[in-house]
Design a protein around this ligand. Sequence first.
Ligand SMILES: Nc1ncnc2c1ncn2[C@@H]1O[C@H](COP(=O)(O)OP(=O)(O)OP(=O)(O)O)[C@@H](O)[C@H]1O
Ligand SMILES: [Mg+2]
Length: 297
Amino acid sequence: MQNNSQNAEFNAREYFDNIYQRSVILEAKQLTQSFKHGKTERTILNAINLKIHKREFICVIGPSGCGKSTFSRVVAGLDPYTSGEILVDGQPILGPSPERGMVFQGYTLFPWKTVKDNVMFGPKMKGQSHASAEAHAREWINIIGLEKYENQYPHELSGGMKQRVAIARALVNEPKILLMDEPFGALDPHTRQKMQRHLMDLWQNIDITIIFVTHDMDEAILLADRIVALKANPGEIKEIIEVDLPRPRDAEVMLTPEFKKLRQRVDYLVHADEDELDPALAELPVIPRMTKVSSQK
Ligand SMILES: Nc1ncnc2c1ncn2[C@@H]1O[C@H](COP(=O)(O)OP(=O)(O)OP(=O)(O)O)[C@@H](O)[C@H]1O
Ligand SMILES: [Mg+2]
């Protein structure tokens, strides 16, 4: 009942106007990224212009190979870019920084460190004393609900737990932006749903901007304020969609006609035309029948 009354009060226009009044935290201006493939050069991101506002939740979607991870890596400062500009709070990105926390699909925890030591790593690198780093790490380990596991090693944790630790490890540095590239891609559907809920709770309670890359269109609609739909070959922004669904959201919102309508739109946008496909996928080889494979039943 409480949810219904909250929903009735939700004014999408007001919600988005409020977002656009906030300062721009990340701006891409004519951002272009090309890679050399042999003698030819392929433009992966082509003159991307985008403004992301403080505390926005942005999801980036698009067909495989359209440049989603390339964009994440540029924002993370892991890769140099070819031309254009990419600014955080008006300052160019020159390399990785704790102000941009990263959680990517491959678990990026140090396998030889315990949960607590993994989370303490950032604060210690910033020069905090052991006691202060430990106190900060404990605070975040409590927030993600893994206090009973602080002395365990990554291999002793489930996939969902590892991603929670990865989130804590990024957030302990108090980043302005949390960059997530398919962070829940390897999780089973149930764990994934719990992680989505957990992430929305975190986002709603801390002052952070999230840029979340996903293949999963339902996930994008569930989480995002705005969805940036990229097209491939070269990667360009096809459309930016305002997700005008009330917050807070839970999985039940997926059953509503409003969600289904957005889903249709997003489906349409991501369904790549042949010439938009990553060439590597467009040219998938025909697999010959192997003589080793027995035809006997
Ligand atoms: N360091 C690199 N050198 C050369 N080419 C690269 C490099 N990184 C990415 N590419 C190319 O850029 C294109 C886009 O790759 P990217 O990983 O950004 O796609 P994506 O949208 O994340 O795909 P997926 O959904 O499959 O994860 C691909 O064709 C890839 O081969
Ligand atoms: Mg990718």
